[in-house]
Design a protein around this ligand. Sequence first.
Ligand code: GLU
Length: 415
Amino acid sequence: MESYNSFKVAQQQILEAAKILNLDEATIELLSWPQKEIKFTFPVKLDNGKVKIFHAYRIQYNTARGPAKGGIRFHPDETVDTIRALAGWMTWKTAVVDLPLGGGKGGVVCNPKLLSERELENLSRGYIRAIAQFIGVDTDIPAPDVYTNPQTMAWMMDEYETILHAHQPGVFTDKPQQIGGTEGRRDATARGGVITVREACKILDVDPAGKFAIQGFGNAGQRAALLHHELLGAGKLIAVSDSRGAIYNPDGFDSTELVQYKLKTGSVLNFHGSKPISHESLLELDVNILYPAALENAISSANANNIKAKIVCELANGPTTPEADLILSKKGIHVIPDILASAGGVTVSYFEMVQDKYSYFWDEDVVHKRLDQKLTKAYHRVYEAVKEKNVHPRLAAMVVGVARVAEACKLRGWV
Ligand code: GLU
């Protein structure tokens, strides 16, 4: 497959939005690059007694609207450019849902599947020891991302508090609830995505009870499988995939059983009643709704022409390349772009920060209701921009997000 540089893609998206907004040169330059990049190495003691040096990043892309916010991923393919792109997307994502936050992202180049629990704890603590001085409740607030989870956040928070000699739970979000996490964070990304699908189905007159497929069956993909039925009242999940392969059943899977099976066996492969299919063909199935919930650049010019879904709801960050966006738009496929579709996670992260600040916690139904309000409002704001500017939804979402960040930079006198 053709390889894409995600940061180049992200910069191109900014440029397109900037043209529509008539931004000046200095603003474009400011928004096209991260404000701060921290690249570092740190040692970790392995179970075999040896020490391994890991390469890592934390990038604070833009803080005009508030402190940097975004996950930390543990993945072997991370580079400075993937983290830059992801940090930028977080900036537009928090702006699209109108949160008082900026954007950031971090990563450790590693294969977490080859590390033991104790090595993962050492890795998480080592990462924080190296960057503790650059993060904080009012400067930069990490969260989980690919292959990191609430346990990772618990270790990181503990390390950070040990260094500071102070209780500071709000510096990480999506923590376990027992130590300052919120209700409703674990399924928030998927819930936000399904809420946007609900709104899109109303506008486009698409039947939410039709077939759907999910590419990627990590936290977001699994929760989307369950919530699609719960929030939309129906739907038939006919295909899912994970890093080991893809499976298909034209009669539909029992989502609850499939999630349990994945948690038990570590993969969706060989689930009862399933037929294996290729990763490529999953994306090209005739479904009403397709949820890309894996990694960047899954839908490119190589396969966009074959996509048959009516709605593509991007739970992953950056799953569609700019060429593919144009192809999908020409085919009349409605893409709910990542910076909107996957914004539920960071929205509830923001709710967690607020609750941690006051040490007073909300009930689950309050979190769900406030998330629904934020995402519904953001979906319709982006849809208005689609009509106003006559552009595809990603460009519309970028226009909304970039305009808000540019305005904050201007008000601060930066440009
Ligand atoms: N990693 C998630 C994202 O990409 C959540 C970020 C956060 O909650 O800060 O949106």
